[in-house]
Structures are given as structure tokens and as C-alpha cells.
Design a protein around this ligand. Structure first.
Ligand code: ZN
Ligand code: ZN
Length: 338
């Protein structure tokens, strides 16, 4: 094989199936044969043209599972044949100020897979080796893919919170991120409240590990959480800033609102709701490759699997549309081997 197929996108949703020459990986990179790639809401940055240069083609996709088939010069620790994953953060540089401080997530010279460098809507992808995630044995590609971004985001958000064992954690939004958030939070031993719109997801939320279900169309989530004693932490996954406005008042004293749902519209909060009760709001961005290995090991050990809809690679534009429609239950995964 001297070429591979990939879906490039330009401007807004202008997908194009292209045939590209296979080349050798650059120094510090490996080349992967892609097995599967999850479709994440953050793919919208590439596919909706929210980039600095939307006219330049880019291959979206950053929940990639594949097998290394070539190793570039200067790569240490990875071999041809290794099964690996790649998430949104495409590998720290090791030289910038954040890296020198050990803060790899905030590396200022880090590729963003599928956004600033080509990603996994393709048969082949090139990856900086510092971004590679070793896959545990026995974890299938389709089940692993969504764990690499959606799962890691929830795993790291939960890990950064200071919630005592058994504390009340609320997950706002039950989609690609939120459905995994319920599972992770329950498996970490927390009391879990799910917040979503309508009664339609109530039973599923309980099945995923929620002890409480709050329908935000009929009750104010802040008030409902206060009635439960106040949340020690809330992780907001919805793609709506306005939907997060009322959450802060549902936090117990010292409670933390962690924002992981990216959205253009701002959230507003009363300053007194932060001051009285010493509450705080923060954000978190997926995690490093080694945190991702911890995440996969945890998920495998606890039997946490994403709920997925599988589509073949050649249906990538339709898979993207399906994800954006909000109708997917709950993660669309492209099967590159189909
Ligand atoms: Zn993502
Ligand atoms: Zn760096």
C-alpha cells in the first residue's frame, strides 16, 4: 500500500475523501494504522471552520486507536506492532516553560490532534511519540476510542476535585462526556446526581450509576441539589454556558464547579454565590498521555465501557452530523477496519 484514504474538511463541513501518499514518519513521530476513531464534539473546531485558517484542509478526529507500523528517528520506547491510542493532546514538546514545570497539559508547543494536525478520520495518522498512550491488553479498539478523550476528560476532572469518598458529585448533561462521567463517578465511590433535560434519560442515568436524577426542564438544578444537601462538586458537560448559570448555587460550602463542556456562549454567575460558601469554578482539559494510561487501566479494571454507535470510516461526514445532532447514544465511533 503506497496511499491511504482520509477525510479532510475545510470551512464549514466541507468534507472531502482524499487519497494521500504514505510517507516515512518525521523524527520524533510514529505512523499508525488506524483501527477506530471516536467522534467528539470538539471535532467541531475543525469541522465547523472555527480555526484560524479554515481554508486549509485538516483531518478531524482525536480518539484514535491504531497499531504502530513505522517509527521515526529518535523515538524511544515504542515499537512497530504496538497497539496505542492518541487523544486530543498530541504530545508535549518537553522544552517550553510549562513542560519544564512538569505541566504537560499546558505545553505551549503541543499539537492538537485533528485540529492543528491531521487526526483519525483516516486509515493512517502520524503522531508525536510523547502523545502516545499504551493500550492495555484485551481492550478493544471500538470501546477504547471514546475513553481516550471523553473518558479521560471525566477521569481527570474527577481526579482534580477534592471530594471526600461518598461525597455528592453532580454530572450535568448526559451525552458523550456525561454518560461516562456517571460511570466514573459511581465507580470512584461517590454519590452521584445526574442533571439532564426531560425525563427521557432518567432510567438510563440510574443504570449508569446515578443515585439521583434532576430534570432541568421541571426543576431548578441548583435548588434540587441544595435539597440533596448541596453538591461537593459539579462537572458541567453541556455545550451551553447559559445552562451552567444556575449550577453554582447548588454547590455545598467549598464546592467546586468543573467546566468541561466547551461552548461559545458565556456563563454568568453572581459574585456573592462564589464568596458566600467559598465556592469555586474551574476548567480542565483532557489530560496527558500517562494520565490516559491510568484512565484506561481504571476503566478496564472497573468494567467501564462507553455506549457507542459504530459507523464505517467511509461514513465519517454522516457520523459527524449524527454526533452534532445530539441524537447519538452516546458516542459515535468510526470503524476503520470495516
Ligand atoms: Zn474530544
Ligand atoms: Zn512544552
Amino acid at each position: 500500500m503506497s496511499t491511504y484514504r482520509a477525510f479532510e474538511v475545510t470551512e464549514s463541513r466541507q468534507f472531502r475523501l482524499v487519497e494521500r501518499e504514505i510517507r516515512e514518519p518525521e523524527p520524533g513521530q510514529v505512523r499508525l494504522r488506524v483501527e477506530a476513531c471516536g467522534v467528539c464534539h470538539s471535532d467541531a473546531v475543525a469541522a465547523e471552520g472555527w480555526r484560524a485558517d479554515p481554508g486549509t484542509p485538516i483531518v478531524p478526529g482525536h480518539e484514535i486507536v491504531g497499531v504502530i507500523d513505522a517509527v521515526g528517528a529518535g523515538v524511544w520506547g515504542w515499537q512497530v506492532g504496538d497497539r496505542v491510542g492518541v487523544g486530543f493532546l498530541g504530545g508535549q514538546c518537553g522544552h517550553c516553560e510549562s513542560c519544564r514545570r512538569g505541566d504537560f497539559v499546558n505545553c505551549s508547543d503541543q499539537p492538537q490532534t485533528g485540529t492543528t494536525v491531521d487526526g483519525g478520520y483516516a486509515e493512517v495518522v502520524y503522531v508525536r511519540s510523547s502523545g502516545l498512550v499504551g493500550l492495555p491488553k484485551g481492550l478493544g479498539a471500538l470501546a477504547a476510542a471514546p475513553l481516550l478523550c471523553a473518558g479521560l476528560t471525566m477521569y481527570r476532572a474527577l481526579g482534580r476535585l477534592s471530594v471526600r469518598p461518598g461525597g455528592l458529585v453532580a454530572i450535568q448533561g448526559i451525552g458523550g462526556l456525561g454518560h461516562l462521567g456517571l460511570r466514573y463517578a459511581a465507580h470512584l465511590g461517590h454519590r452521584v446526581a445526574a442533571i439532564a433535560r426531560g425525563e427521557g434519560k432518567a432510567e438510563l442515568a440510574r443504570h449508569l450509576g446515578a443515585d439521583h436524577y434532576i430534570d432541568s426542564t421541571v426543576e431548578d438544578p441548583g435548588q434540587a441539589l441544595r435539597a440533596l444537601g448541596g453538591a461537593d462538586a459539579i462537572i458541567a458537560t453541556a455545550s451551553s454556558g447559559a445552562s451552567m448559570n444556575g449550577l453554582v448555587t447548588g454547590l455545598a460550602p467549598q464546592g467546586q464547579l468543573m467546566v468541561v463542556g466547551a461552548t461559545a456562549d458565556p456563563m454568568t454567575v453572581a459574585t456573592t454565590d462564589l464568596i458566600f460558601g467559598t465556592r469555586s469554578i474551574g476548567g480542565t482539559l483532557t489530560g496527558t498521555s500517562i494520565e490516559n494510561e491510568d484512565n484506561l487501566a481504571f476503566a478496564q479494571r472497573q468494567g467501564i465501557q462507553p455506549l457507542i454507535e459504530v459507523m464505517p470510516l467511509w461514513e465519517a461526514p454522516a457520523a459527524y452530523t449524527r454526533m452534532m445532532s445530539g441524537q447519538a447514544r452516546f458516542r459515535v465511533v468510526l470503524d476503520t477496519t470495516a
